[in-house]
Ligand binder design. Structure first.
Ligand SMILES: [Zn+2]
Length: 283
């Protein structure tokens, strides 16, 4: 698998922080299993594999980490239910892939669900500290508002230890507005549906664009606009938002990445007569 590519002066690398399992019915919402199981076969408990995909963007000046995976804060019952592997710290996985964790200067969380910001923090000397000691962290402001609500529907998705210590120490900045340009050429764009304020990440250089779709398109199977997960809070908005971003990705020839796909690191998207198709890059 090609895990690294260059666009302009940027180098993009997939770092997969493990694979877990989730109920296939929840992942595909109202889509019948007879349709989705051809794309993602389920085990005997109806679970399908999902990756924690993180991407490193090296701009020459900055080293940016998009998402931090699932972390080590889930309890044993949850770990067993999701077949979560024993925690292996993301900083160590990055080091193994050739990225010194101290070199990461920017961390972007598309939203604050546990499976996107789990390795933001690590436990040291009885306290939660930044796992990336030299990084400034960014997350959507609306996500923190939703986390604080502790609504019965989605409170299980938010673990304060992943972001509160960073907010209290001033290391995490919350982003407002529809578009937040975090660094030159790297922006976080509001893409409502999964949650109200989830963001997709765009990185552009040399006339080319990379798009991390986060949970707007969690796997390549979800490029079908109506294939929306059961846990999206605003499923109709997901469809509208997805159509908009898929159209931009297809017409712009973007390089695309999905948060939980267990396949290739990079895809391109084509609009074939109104049907969107994701193909591994280079095919
Ligand atoms: Zn999510």
């Amino acid at each position: 698998m090609q895990s690294s590519i260059e666009i302009g002066s940027c180098r993009l690398t997939l770092v997969r922080a493990g694979v877990y399992h989730w109920d296939g019915g929840a992942l595909f919402g109202v889509v019948p299993k007879t349709l989705w199981h051809r794309h993602l076969p389920a085990d005997e408990l109806n679970r399908v594999p999902m990756a924690f995909n993180c991407y490193v963007v090296e701009t020459g000046e900055h080293t940016v980490l998009i998402e931090t995976g699932g972390g080590d804060k889930m309890d044993d019952r949850a770990r067993e239910r999701m077949l979560l592997p024993d925690p292996f710290p993301l900083p160590e996985i990055l080091a193994g892939a050739g990225f010194d964790p101290e070199r990461i200067d920017t961390v972007l969380n598309s939203h604050l669900h546990w499976d996107h910001c789990g390795w933001n923090t690590v436990r040291r000397n009885g306290a939660w500290e930044a796992a990336f000691p030299n990084a400034v962290y960014y997350a959507p402001a609306g996500e923190y508002e939703q986390a604080k609500r502790r609504h019965p529907r989605d409170s299980v998705s938010y673990l304060d230890a992943n972001y509160v210590p960073l907010l209290e120490s001033g290391r995490m900045h919350l982003l407002g507005g529809a578009v937040a340009e975090v660094l030159p050429g790297i922006g976080m764009h509001r893409a409502p549906g999964h949650t109200r304020d989830m963001r997709v990440v765009l990185a552009s250089s040399g006339g080319r664009t990379f798009c991390f779709f986060a949970d707007l398109v969690p796997t390549a199977a979800h490029v079908k606009p109506t294939w929306v997960t059961g846990f999206d809070l605003f499923p109709l908005e997901t469809i509208d938002t997805k159509l908009d971003w898929l159209d931009r990705a297809a017409s712009g020839g973007w390089i695309c990445a999905f948060a939980h796909d267990t396949g290739p690191a990079f895809y391109t998207i084509e609009n074939r007569g109104g049907n969107y198709v994701a193909s591994p890059l280079g095919e």
